[in-house]
Design a protein. Structure first.
Length: 415
């Protein structure tokens, strides 16, 4: 027993020592401005579609079925529009299609391509309104996390659309993540910089008369962008408004768990909002190595990583023969709501990759659960096992003789 503890400690110490240079580099490594002035990228006007308050005609969206709102700096110098990892001079609106790899003569990836076009903002809202009117006023809004480029976040947004067969339009909000391992603190900085832009957009979307239901999905660091924005919309809306932000899904949220318990859950999951059918679903895993490291760096537990901060609580669970996993507590109400607002799904047993940070798009069982939640299912669903807490469910691992095709089930590639 003692030898096992020492081995575990040595491994943890080694990880910490190796991790220090990584995060030191992340903290002091500056953003590369590049060899071109940022203003030159947008100087030719291709990135700014005139908006005089009236629609100017819809884009050709045959290969661009998805909507995008972005604060990234666009590159309008070449023949193909691109979105860079720098902060943009303003928020832009557009349409995009599923990313694709362009192969060379030898069948190797030559470049990555995303069908993408910038739209007139007024026209963008008009097109969104028409699309939602045909789909009962439903819309899915996806906010990516740390270490994403426009290509990777677009790939995930398109996968979410296919996986869930979502009936309404899908919008990606793309903020200037650097897409690099050693730029975590830069991503945090840019995410906080973008809070005002995102909350302004979410407010406008929620206040449209034709918006009946917003399914809000975030991954990782993206949760720290959406949660305060929802609070802002709630505070600045009438009693009836903003409850249309009804289905909030936080996949592997890199959020302070105690902050979520104290402030966020009580505000966003007020009894009135919950009774109006608002709910939050959290996907968490004790195999999430990314959030484990974030937990160490920030010093306090992450919402998406069920480590027990209190060692005495962990010891008590162990004494009872229960997994040593701790989760966010439910809100306390003077008058409890009629419905349940918070559900936590533990994906530890079904983590589909070595990192465990994207189970909702990588693990077949988690993918199926996520798709069901997007489409309105909740509670004791198929594949969920009850835990010691009524609002926490664990996804059960498949039998050992059952081989799941995670790629086919989760990606559902378009034919």
């Amino acid at each position: 027993m003692r030898r096992g503890v020492l081995k575990l400690f040595a491994g943890r110490l080694k990880l910490t020592i190796l991790g220090l240079p990584l995060f030191a580099a992340a903290c002091i490594s500056p953003v590369d401005y590049g060899k071109i002035r940022h203003s030159d990228y947008v100087a030719n006007g291709r990135c700014d579609v005139t908006d005089n308050g009236t629609p100017t005609g819809s884009l050709d969206t045959t290969d661009k079925p998805y909507f995008v709102v972005t604060s990234r700096l666009p590159d309008c110098l070449g023949d193909e529009l691109k979105l860079l990892n720098h902060r943009g001079d303003k928020v832009r609106f557009g349409r995009f299609g599923a990313p694709e790899d362009v192969l060379d003569e030898k069948g190797k990836v030559d470049k990555r391509h995303i069908p993408f076009a910038i739209s007139n903002e007024t026209q963008w809202w008009a097109d969104l309104s028409k699309t939602m009117a045909k789909r009962d006023g439903r819309v899915l809004l996806y906010v990516h996390g740390y270490r994403e480029t426009f290509f990777t976040s677009s790939r995930d947004a398109a996968q979410i659309a296919r996986l869930t067969d979502f009936s309404g339009p899908v919008i990606q909000y793309s903020w200037p993540s650097q897409g690099q391992l050693l730029k975590y603190t830069v991503d945090e900085t840019n995410m906080y910089w973008d809070e005002r832009n995102f909350r302004k957009f979410l407010t406008k979307l929620a206040q449209q008369t034709w918006t009946k239901e917003i399914v809000l999905v975030s991954h990782s660091l993206g949760a720290r962008l959406i949660l305060p924005a929802v609070e802002f919309v709630d505070r600045n809306s009438s009693n009836a408004d903003s409850s249309n932000i009804s289905n909030i899904i936080l996949a592997s949220p890199d959020v302070d768990r105690q902050d979520f318990e104290r402030d966020i859950a009580e505000e966003i999951l007020s009894a009135r909002r919950v009774n109006n059918d608002r709910r939050i679903t959290v996907y968490a895993s004790s195999k999430d190595s990314a959030l484990s490291l974030s937990d160490d760096v920030h010093g306090y537990p992450r919402l998406g990583f069920p480590r027990c901060f209190d060692p005495f609580e962990a010891a008590e669970l162990k004494a009872k023969g229960l997994p040593e996993r701790c989760y966010a507590a439910k809100s306390e109400y003077d008058v409890p709501p009629e419905k349940s607002g918070l559900t936590i799904i533990d994906t530890t047993a079904v983590s589909g990759d070595r990192v465990g940070h994207g189970d909702y798009l990588r693990s077949a069982i988690a993918c199926q659960d996520f798709a069901a939640v997007v489409n309105g299912e909740r509670g004791a669903m198929k594949g969920r096992e009850a835990t010691r807490l009524s609002y926490v469910f664990a996804l059960a691992a498949p039998p050992k003789d059952q081989k799941l095709d995670h790629v086919a089930i989760c990606r559902r590639e378009a034919k």
